[in-house]
Design a binder for this molecule. Structure first.
Ligand SMILES: NC(=O)c1ccc[n+]([C@@H]2O[C@H](COP(=O)([O-])OP(=O)(O)OC[C@H]3O[C@@H](n4cnc5c(N)ncnc54)[C@H](O)[C@@H]3O)[C@@H](O)[C@H]2O)c1
Ligand SMILES: O=C(O)C[C@H](O)C(=O)O
Length: 342
Protein backbone atom coordinates (compact mmCIF):
# COMPACT_ATOMS: atom_id res chain seq x y z
CA UNK A 1 0.00 0.00 0.00
CA UNK A 2 2.71 2.45 1.08
CA UNK A 3 4.91 1.49 -1.85
CA UNK A 4 2.10 2.07 -4.37
CA UNK A 5 1.40 5.51 -2.81
CA UNK A 6 5.10 6.25 -3.07
CA UNK A 7 5.14 5.18 -6.73
CA UNK A 8 2.16 7.36 -7.67
CA UNK A 9 3.69 10.34 -5.83
CA UNK A 10 6.90 9.74 -7.77
CA UNK A 11 5.01 9.61 -11.09
CA UNK A 12 3.17 12.86 -10.28
CA UNK A 13 6.44 14.56 -9.36
CA UNK A 14 8.12 13.35 -12.55
CA UNK A 15 5.31 14.69 -14.75
CA UNK A 16 5.36 18.01 -12.87
CA UNK A 17 9.09 18.28 -13.45
CA UNK A 18 8.80 17.42 -17.11
CA UNK A 19 5.98 19.98 -17.53
CA UNK A 20 8.05 22.70 -15.93
CA UNK A 21 10.93 21.92 -18.35
CA UNK A 22 8.68 22.12 -21.40
CA UNK A 23 11.78 21.78 -23.60
CA UNK A 24 11.98 18.12 -22.52
CA UNK A 25 8.78 17.59 -24.46
CA UNK A 26 9.98 19.57 -27.50
CA UNK A 27 10.90 17.35 -30.47
CA UNK A 28 14.30 15.70 -30.70
CA UNK A 29 16.63 17.89 -32.72
CA UNK A 30 20.18 17.12 -33.76
CA UNK A 31 22.58 20.02 -34.34
CA UNK A 32 26.02 19.51 -35.91
CA UNK A 33 28.79 22.10 -35.60
CA UNK A 34 31.51 21.78 -38.27
CA UNK A 35 34.72 23.46 -37.14
CA UNK A 36 33.75 22.86 -33.51
CA UNK A 37 37.27 23.01 -32.07
CA UNK A 38 37.94 26.52 -33.40
CA UNK A 39 37.67 30.00 -31.94
CA UNK A 40 33.96 30.24 -32.78
CA UNK A 41 33.28 26.51 -32.65
CA UNK A 42 34.12 26.02 -28.96
CA UNK A 43 31.97 28.76 -27.42
CA UNK A 44 29.24 27.93 -29.97
CA UNK A 45 29.36 24.29 -28.83
CA UNK A 46 28.93 25.54 -25.25
CA UNK A 47 25.95 27.75 -26.16
CA UNK A 48 24.27 24.99 -28.16
CA UNK A 49 24.78 22.62 -25.21
CA UNK A 50 22.86 25.16 -23.11
CA UNK A 51 19.98 25.24 -25.63
CA UNK A 52 17.09 23.10 -24.36
CA UNK A 53 15.76 22.61 -27.90
CA UNK A 54 18.80 20.48 -28.81
CA UNK A 55 18.68 16.76 -28.03
CA UNK A 56 21.88 15.70 -29.86
CA UNK A 57 24.95 17.82 -30.42
CA UNK A 58 27.58 16.58 -32.89
CA UNK A 59 30.93 18.36 -32.74
CA UNK A 60 33.07 17.87 -35.83
CA UNK A 61 36.53 19.21 -36.71
CA UNK A 62 39.66 17.96 -38.40
CA UNK A 63 41.39 17.92 -34.97
CA UNK A 64 40.68 18.53 -31.31
CA UNK A 65 37.02 17.54 -31.05
CA UNK A 66 37.38 14.63 -28.59
CA UNK A 67 38.55 17.08 -25.94
CA UNK A 68 35.95 19.74 -26.69
CA UNK A 69 33.18 17.12 -26.73
CA UNK A 70 34.32 15.48 -23.46
CA UNK A 71 34.46 18.88 -21.79
CA UNK A 72 31.07 20.16 -23.00
CA UNK A 73 29.38 16.77 -22.41
CA UNK A 74 29.77 17.10 -18.63
CA UNK A 75 27.31 20.01 -18.56
CA UNK A 76 24.01 18.79 -17.10
CA UNK A 77 21.64 19.88 -19.87
CA UNK A 78 19.38 17.96 -22.24
CA UNK A 79 21.60 17.16 -25.22
CA UNK A 80 23.82 14.16 -25.72
CA UNK A 81 27.20 15.32 -27.05
CA UNK A 82 29.51 13.40 -29.37
CA UNK A 83 32.83 14.46 -30.89
CA UNK A 84 33.87 13.48 -34.41
CA UNK A 85 37.35 14.01 -35.82
CA UNK A 86 38.61 13.72 -39.38
CA UNK A 87 36.83 13.09 -42.66
CA UNK A 88 36.18 9.41 -41.85
CA UNK A 89 33.79 10.54 -39.11
CA UNK A 90 32.10 13.41 -40.96
CA UNK A 91 29.22 11.25 -42.23
CA UNK A 92 28.41 10.03 -38.72
CA UNK A 93 28.55 13.58 -37.39
CA UNK A 94 26.06 14.75 -40.03
CA UNK A 95 23.61 11.85 -40.20
CA UNK A 96 20.19 12.80 -38.84
CA UNK A 97 21.08 16.48 -38.35
CA UNK A 98 18.27 19.03 -38.40
CA UNK A 99 20.61 22.03 -38.32
CA UNK A 100 24.25 22.15 -39.45
CA UNK A 101 26.29 25.18 -38.37
CA UNK A 102 29.53 25.82 -40.28
CA UNK A 103 32.23 27.95 -38.65
CA UNK A 104 35.03 25.89 -40.32
CA UNK A 105 37.77 27.81 -42.07
CA UNK A 106 40.50 30.36 -41.60
CA UNK A 107 39.86 33.79 -40.03
CA UNK A 108 41.28 37.18 -41.10
CA UNK A 109 44.45 38.85 -39.86
CA UNK A 110 44.91 42.65 -39.83
CA UNK A 111 45.15 44.07 -43.35
CA UNK A 112 43.12 41.27 -44.95
CA UNK A 113 39.64 41.47 -46.44
CA UNK A 114 37.17 38.63 -46.02
CA UNK A 115 37.63 37.91 -49.72
CA UNK A 116 41.32 37.16 -49.03
CA UNK A 117 40.03 34.02 -47.25
CA UNK A 118 38.28 32.79 -50.40
CA UNK A 119 41.03 30.51 -51.70
CA UNK A 120 41.21 28.39 -48.54
CA UNK A 121 37.66 28.59 -47.28
CA UNK A 122 35.93 27.94 -50.62
CA UNK A 123 37.53 24.49 -50.75
CA UNK A 124 36.61 23.72 -47.12
CA UNK A 125 32.99 24.78 -47.67
CA UNK A 126 32.81 22.77 -50.88
CA UNK A 127 33.92 19.55 -49.20
CA UNK A 128 31.67 20.03 -46.17
CA UNK A 129 28.63 20.82 -48.34
CA UNK A 130 29.31 17.77 -50.51
CA UNK A 131 29.08 15.68 -47.33
CA UNK A 132 25.93 17.49 -46.17
CA UNK A 133 24.26 16.70 -49.52
CA UNK A 134 25.11 13.04 -48.95
CA UNK A 135 24.38 12.55 -45.25
CA UNK A 136 21.74 15.13 -44.22
CA UNK A 137 20.29 16.74 -47.38
CA UNK A 138 17.26 18.04 -45.48
CA UNK A 139 19.16 19.90 -42.77
CA UNK A 140 19.05 23.67 -42.42
CA UNK A 141 22.58 24.92 -43.14
CA UNK A 142 23.84 27.97 -41.19
CA UNK A 143 26.93 29.23 -43.03
CA UNK A 144 29.34 31.27 -40.89
CA UNK A 145 32.60 30.69 -42.84
CA UNK A 146 33.82 33.74 -44.71
CA UNK A 147 33.51 35.26 -47.20
CA UNK A 148 29.80 34.59 -46.54
CA UNK A 149 28.88 36.64 -49.65
CA UNK A 150 30.57 33.89 -51.71
CA UNK A 151 30.42 30.77 -49.50
CA UNK A 152 26.60 30.72 -49.56
CA UNK A 153 26.47 30.77 -53.40
CA UNK A 154 29.16 28.05 -53.37
CA UNK A 155 27.03 25.90 -51.05
CA UNK A 156 23.97 26.45 -53.27
CA UNK A 157 25.89 25.30 -56.37
CA UNK A 158 27.27 22.22 -54.59
CA UNK A 159 23.77 21.25 -53.47
CA UNK A 160 22.42 21.87 -57.00
CA UNK A 161 25.11 19.57 -58.43
CA UNK A 162 24.12 16.90 -55.90
CA UNK A 163 20.43 17.41 -56.72
CA UNK A 164 19.56 18.31 -53.12
CA UNK A 165 19.32 22.12 -53.27
CA UNK A 166 16.40 23.61 -51.40
CA UNK A 167 16.69 27.40 -51.22
CA UNK A 168 14.58 27.40 -48.07
CA UNK A 169 17.31 25.56 -46.18
CA UNK A 170 20.46 27.55 -46.85
CA UNK A 171 21.33 30.58 -44.69
CA UNK A 172 24.31 32.90 -44.52
CA UNK A 173 24.61 33.91 -40.87
CA UNK A 174 24.59 37.72 -40.71
CA UNK A 175 23.26 37.90 -37.16
CA UNK A 176 26.51 39.40 -35.87
CA UNK A 177 25.84 42.49 -38.00
CA UNK A 178 22.44 42.83 -36.34
CA UNK A 179 23.96 42.24 -32.88
CA UNK A 180 26.50 45.00 -33.55
CA UNK A 181 23.96 47.42 -35.01
CA UNK A 182 21.77 46.98 -31.92
CA UNK A 183 24.68 47.48 -29.51
CA UNK A 184 26.11 50.53 -31.27
CA UNK A 185 22.67 52.13 -31.73
CA UNK A 186 21.76 51.60 -28.05
CA UNK A 187 25.03 53.20 -26.97
CA UNK A 188 24.52 56.26 -29.12
CA UNK A 189 20.75 56.73 -28.76
CA UNK A 190 20.82 55.91 -25.05
CA UNK A 191 17.94 53.42 -25.27
CA UNK A 192 17.79 50.01 -23.52
CA UNK A 193 19.85 47.61 -25.63
CA UNK A 194 17.63 44.60 -25.01
CA UNK A 195 14.60 46.33 -26.57
CA UNK A 196 16.23 47.32 -29.83
CA UNK A 197 15.51 45.98 -33.26
CA UNK A 198 17.52 47.05 -36.31
CA UNK A 199 17.34 45.20 -39.62
CA UNK A 200 20.66 44.79 -41.43
CA UNK A 201 20.42 43.93 -45.13
CA UNK A 202 22.68 43.28 -48.12
CA UNK A 203 25.61 40.99 -47.42
CA UNK A 204 28.38 40.39 -44.90
CA UNK A 205 31.46 42.41 -45.90
CA UNK A 206 32.26 46.13 -45.79
CA UNK A 207 29.76 48.30 -47.63
CA UNK A 208 27.58 45.29 -48.45
CA UNK A 209 26.54 45.37 -44.77
CA UNK A 210 23.67 47.88 -44.75
CA UNK A 211 22.06 48.60 -41.38
CA UNK A 212 18.63 50.22 -41.72
CA UNK A 213 18.74 52.60 -38.77
CA UNK A 214 15.74 54.49 -40.18
CA UNK A 215 13.71 51.39 -39.18
CA UNK A 216 15.32 51.00 -35.74
CA UNK A 217 12.84 50.42 -32.94
CA UNK A 218 12.44 52.06 -30.50
CA UNK A 219 12.88 55.22 -32.51
CA UNK A 220 15.29 57.87 -31.32
CA UNK A 221 15.07 61.49 -32.35
CA UNK A 222 18.38 62.17 -30.64
CA UNK A 223 20.49 61.04 -33.62
CA UNK A 224 21.73 63.40 -36.33
CA UNK A 225 22.49 62.38 -39.92
CA UNK A 226 26.17 62.43 -38.94
CA UNK A 227 25.46 60.04 -36.05
CA UNK A 228 23.66 57.65 -38.42
CA UNK A 229 26.59 57.78 -40.87
CA UNK A 230 29.04 57.03 -38.05
CA UNK A 231 26.88 54.15 -36.74
CA UNK A 232 26.59 52.72 -40.25
CA UNK A 233 30.34 52.85 -40.79
CA UNK A 234 31.04 51.28 -37.38
CA UNK A 235 28.61 48.44 -38.12
CA UNK A 236 30.18 47.87 -41.55
CA UNK A 237 33.64 47.80 -40.01
CA UNK A 238 32.76 45.95 -36.80
CA UNK A 239 34.61 42.83 -37.94
CA UNK A 240 37.73 44.83 -38.78
CA UNK A 241 37.56 46.57 -35.40
CA UNK A 242 37.85 43.14 -33.72
CA UNK A 243 40.49 41.82 -36.14
CA UNK A 244 42.68 44.84 -35.41
CA UNK A 245 42.14 44.65 -31.65
CA UNK A 246 43.11 40.96 -31.70
CA UNK A 247 46.26 41.95 -33.58
CA UNK A 248 46.87 38.76 -35.53
CA UNK A 249 45.09 36.35 -33.18
CA UNK A 250 42.01 36.01 -35.38
CA UNK A 251 38.61 37.66 -35.70
CA UNK A 252 35.39 37.80 -33.70
CA UNK A 253 34.77 34.51 -31.95
CA UNK A 254 32.78 35.14 -28.76
CA UNK A 255 30.29 37.65 -30.20
CA UNK A 256 30.04 35.42 -33.28
CA UNK A 257 29.33 32.34 -31.17
CA UNK A 258 26.56 34.32 -29.45
CA UNK A 259 25.16 35.48 -32.80
CA UNK A 260 25.41 31.94 -34.25
CA UNK A 261 23.57 30.55 -31.24
CA UNK A 262 20.81 33.18 -31.57
CA UNK A 263 20.35 32.33 -35.24
CA UNK A 264 20.43 28.53 -34.73
CA UNK A 265 17.88 28.91 -31.92
CA UNK A 266 15.60 30.83 -34.30
CA UNK A 267 15.96 28.03 -36.90
CA UNK A 268 15.09 25.39 -34.28
CA UNK A 269 12.06 27.34 -33.10
CA UNK A 270 10.90 27.70 -36.72
CA UNK A 271 11.34 23.94 -37.28
CA UNK A 272 9.31 23.29 -34.14
CA UNK A 273 6.45 25.39 -35.48
CA UNK A 274 6.82 28.41 -33.21
CA UNK A 275 5.09 31.27 -35.10
CA UNK A 276 6.52 34.69 -36.04
CA UNK A 277 10.20 33.88 -35.91
CA UNK A 278 11.91 36.58 -37.95
CA UNK A 279 15.68 37.10 -38.27
CA UNK A 280 17.89 38.75 -40.86
CA UNK A 281 19.83 36.28 -42.99
CA UNK A 282 21.63 36.08 -46.34
CA UNK A 283 19.45 33.80 -48.45
CA UNK A 284 18.33 33.15 -52.02
CA UNK A 285 16.20 36.16 -52.71
CA UNK A 286 14.25 38.04 -55.33
CA UNK A 287 13.76 41.30 -53.43
CA UNK A 288 16.59 42.93 -55.43
CA UNK A 289 18.20 42.06 -58.76
CA UNK A 290 20.74 39.84 -56.90
CA UNK A 291 20.15 36.10 -56.45
CA UNK A 292 21.35 36.20 -52.82
CA UNK A 293 20.65 39.01 -50.41
CA UNK A 294 20.33 39.47 -46.65
CA UNK A 295 17.03 40.76 -45.32
CA UNK A 296 14.44 39.86 -42.73
CA UNK A 297 13.32 36.27 -43.17
CA UNK A 298 10.38 34.49 -41.56
CA UNK A 299 11.45 31.03 -40.37
CA UNK A 300 9.17 28.03 -40.24
CA UNK A 301 8.91 24.24 -40.32
CA UNK A 302 10.75 24.02 -43.65
CA UNK A 303 13.29 26.78 -43.09
CA UNK A 304 12.61 30.02 -44.96
CA UNK A 305 8.88 30.62 -44.93
CA UNK A 306 9.01 34.14 -46.40
CA UNK A 307 11.72 36.55 -47.47
CA UNK A 308 10.49 39.92 -46.29
CA UNK A 309 10.94 43.08 -48.34
CA UNK A 310 13.18 45.99 -47.46
CA UNK A 311 10.47 48.36 -46.22
CA UNK A 312 10.91 52.09 -46.71
CA UNK A 313 14.49 53.36 -46.83
CA UNK A 314 15.99 56.76 -46.11
CA UNK A 315 17.84 58.51 -48.96
CA UNK A 316 21.13 57.60 -47.28
CA UNK A 317 20.12 53.93 -47.16
CA UNK A 318 18.92 54.01 -50.79
CA UNK A 319 22.34 55.33 -51.76
CA UNK A 320 24.02 52.59 -49.69
CA UNK A 321 21.89 49.96 -51.39
CA UNK A 322 22.82 51.19 -54.85
CA UNK A 323 26.52 51.22 -53.95
CA UNK A 324 26.61 47.72 -52.51
CA UNK A 325 25.00 45.96 -55.48
CA UNK A 326 28.10 45.71 -57.76
CA UNK A 327 30.30 44.51 -54.85
CA UNK A 328 27.88 41.85 -53.73
CA UNK A 329 27.19 40.79 -57.32
CA UNK A 330 30.91 40.20 -57.92
CA UNK A 331 31.24 38.09 -54.74
CA UNK A 332 28.22 35.98 -55.69
CA UNK A 333 29.55 35.43 -59.21
CA UNK A 334 32.98 34.49 -57.85
CA UNK A 335 31.42 31.83 -55.62
CA UNK A 336 29.28 30.39 -58.39
CA UNK A 337 32.23 30.29 -60.80
CA UNK A 338 34.39 28.48 -58.23
CA UNK A 339 31.74 25.86 -57.56
CA UNK A 340 31.10 25.29 -61.26
CA UNK A 341 34.80 24.91 -62.09
CA UNK A 342 35.89 22.78 -59.14
N1 LIG B 1 29.61 35.16 -40.49
C1 LIG B 1 30.21 35.90 -39.58
O1 LIG B 1 29.64 36.89 -39.11
C2 LIG B 1 31.56 35.53 -39.07
C3 LIG B 1 32.02 36.11 -37.87
C4 LIG B 1 33.28 35.73 -37.38
C5 LIG B 1 34.05 34.81 -38.10
N2 LIG B 1 33.58 34.29 -39.26
C6 LIG B 1 34.36 33.29 -40.02
O2 LIG B 1 34.28 32.03 -39.35
C7 LIG B 1 35.40 31.22 -39.74
C8 LIG B 1 36.02 30.56 -38.51
O3 LIG B 1 36.57 31.53 -37.64
P1 LIG B 1 37.31 31.07 -36.28
O4 LIG B 1 37.74 32.31 -35.62
O5 LIG B 1 36.50 30.08 -35.55
O6 LIG B 1 38.60 30.34 -36.90
P2 LIG B 1 39.53 29.25 -36.18
O7 LIG B 1 40.74 29.10 -37.02
O8 LIG B 1 39.70 29.58 -34.75
O9 LIG B 1 38.66 27.92 -36.26
C9 LIG B 1 38.34 27.33 -37.46
C10 LIG B 1 38.20 25.85 -37.24
O10 LIG B 1 37.87 25.25 -38.48
C11 LIG B 1 38.52 24.00 -38.51
N3 LIG B 1 38.59 23.48 -39.88
C12 LIG B 1 39.44 23.81 -40.88
N4 LIG B 1 39.19 23.05 -41.96
C13 LIG B 1 38.13 22.25 -41.63
C14 LIG B 1 37.42 21.26 -42.31
N5 LIG B 1 37.71 20.90 -43.57
N6 LIG B 1 36.41 20.64 -41.66
C15 LIG B 1 36.09 20.97 -40.40
N7 LIG B 1 36.74 21.89 -39.70
C16 LIG B 1 37.75 22.53 -40.31
C17 LIG B 1 39.88 24.27 -37.91
O11 LIG B 1 40.50 23.05 -37.50
C18 LIG B 1 39.51 25.18 -36.75
O12 LIG B 1 39.27 24.44 -35.56
C19 LIG B 1 36.34 32.18 -40.48
O13 LIG B 1 36.19 31.97 -41.86
C20 LIG B 1 35.83 33.56 -40.09
O14 LIG B 1 36.15 34.53 -41.04
C21 LIG B 1 32.36 34.64 -39.75
O1 LIG C 1 35.58 40.35 -39.79
C1 LIG C 1 35.81 39.16 -39.92
O2 LIG C 1 36.73 38.73 -40.62
C2 LIG C 1 34.99 38.14 -39.19
C3 LIG C 1 33.53 38.36 -39.29
O3 LIG C 1 33.07 38.38 -40.60
C4 LIG C 1 33.05 39.55 -38.52
O4 LIG C 1 32.22 40.31 -39.03
O5 LIG C 1 33.48 39.72 -37.37
Amino acid sequence: MRSSMFRSAQTALRSRVSRSFSSESSPDRKVAVLGAAGGIGQPLALLMKLNPLVSKLALYDIAGTPGVAADVSHINTRSEVAGYMGEDQLGQALEGSDVVIIPAGVPRKPGMTRDDLFNINAGIVKSLCTAIAKYCPNALVNMISNPVNSTVPIAAEIFKKAGTYDEKKLFGVTTLDVVRAKTFYAGKANVPVNEINVPVVGGHAGITILPLFSQAMPKSNALSDEDIKALTKRTQEGGTEVVEAKAGKGSATLSMAYAGAVFANACLKGLNGVPDIVECSYVQSSITELPFFASKVRLGKNGVEEVLGLGSLSDYEKEGLEKLIPDLKASIEKGIKFAKEN
